[in-house]
Design a binder for this molecule. Structure first.
Ligand code: NDP
Ligand code: OXD
Length: 306
């Protein structure tokens, strides 16, 4: 068994040390300092260099270091390679808290008051009474958010690909379903995976279907949003506010117009951060599965891309 950690843009010292303690009998190396790439059968990846994949003739499993797999170019992997991701109840709970907090912040006009505080301006206004939340994506995270929002008195709709039963959530499917859902939504949450179908989905056409008082919360990926279309919608008052945790380019460029925009609240991709211990347990679990030839946990469907 040979494991390669190919995670760029992050200090992996702690991760490497803990993985080695957890799996003392497994060879674990870090890209690019790998002695025998031809022996690697399991890769833990996040933004791994594209040129790496063709150098791994024995590769069997790729595990994303996060919940999303979009940082792995699936087209570069041989078709027999299985891909798994992180699914974690604490991560889902953290996401649900973040989303509830920001829906409430939009409802209670917090951004307006933070700006007024800087201007020492005293102008009380009633909170909005809007209660309809729409969630794009009803997977591990979308479901956790829906549950939290419903238990806090919000009326929740969700959009997914395959039909499914949901308690206290009105479900919508396909383009027609989305078009039907959007005009009734006061707060739109994006929790879709980034795929060919979902890239750029939040564009001027979609935004124009929302009521003008609506707010957007994007916690999925920056590439879901066409940035100029979002700015235009906010600048022309056809969208009230936006809360953004994810961006096309991260960290966000210092001169990006989002930073100072009076209708945008932004956070640095921190809505739900994986707990290292939990991630290590899941990776170790899947390495064991591979070793024993049993079914892997949290497999993605490579044909769908999530
Ligand atoms: P899941 O794979 O569990 O769920 C994805 C959902 O999106 C499913 O309901 C799926 O439908 C739906 N979906 C996918 N494609 C389409 C489509 N074309 N049309 C309609 N619905 C679609 O993902 P998670 O909930 O675990 O995570 C979602 C994303 O959140 C991740 O991919 C990642 O990008 C992001 N994320 C962000 C974090 C942050 O800190 N900001 C932290 C962790 C994740 P169906 O159920 O029918 O298959
Ligand atoms: C993830 C993320 O996909 O942190 O896990 O965005």
């Amino acid at each position: 068994m040979s494991v390669l950690v190919a995670i760029t843009g992050r200090d992996n010292k702690k991760l490497m040390a803990q993985l080695k303690i957890r799996l003392p009998n497994v060879c674990i190396e870090e890209w690019p300092d790998c002695q025998s790439l031809d022996k690697v059968d399991f890769v833990l990846a996040w933004k791994a260099p594209q040129t790496m994949w063709s150098q791994l003739p024995n590769l069997k499993v790729v595990s994303s270091f996060g919940a999303g797999v979009d940082s792995i170019d699936l087209a570069l992997l041989p078709s027999n390679v299985e891909v798994v991701r992180i699914v974690d109840t604490q991560l889902a709970e953290d996401m649900a808290e973040y989303v509830l907090a920001h829906v409430l912040a939009q409802k209670l006009r917090f951004k307006e008051y933070f700006i007024k505080q800087n201007q020492q301006s005293w102008q009380p206004k009633r909170a909005y009474s809007y209660k309809n939340v729409g969630i794009l994506g009803f997977g591990e995270l979308g479901k956790a958010c829906a549950k939290k929002l419903v238990s806090n008195g919000f009326l929740v709709s969700a959009w997914a690909q395959r039909e499914k039963k949901a308690v206290n959530v009105e479900m919508f499917y396909a383009k027609q379903g989305l078009n039907k859902m959007l005009p009734n939504i006061d707060y739109l949450i994006c929790l879709l995976p980034l795929t060919q179908e979902t890239t750029g989905i939040i564009d001027r056409t979609l935004l124009s279907k929302l009521p003008v008082h609506a707010g957007l919360i994007n916690v999925a990926r920056g590439e879901h949003v066409i940035e100029q279309d979002l700015l235009d919608a906010l600048n022309t008052d056809s969208l009230r506010v936006a809360t953004l945790d994810v961006f096309e380019q991260e960290p966000l460029a210092i001169d990006h117009p989002y930073w100072q925009h009076p209708k945008i609240t932004l956070t640095p991709h921190c809505a739900a951060l994986s707990d290292l211990r939990s991630v290590i347990e899941q990776i170790a679990g899947n390495i064991e599965c591979l070793r024993q030839g049993s079914k892997l946990n949290n497999l993605i469907d490579r044909t769908k891309g999530y």
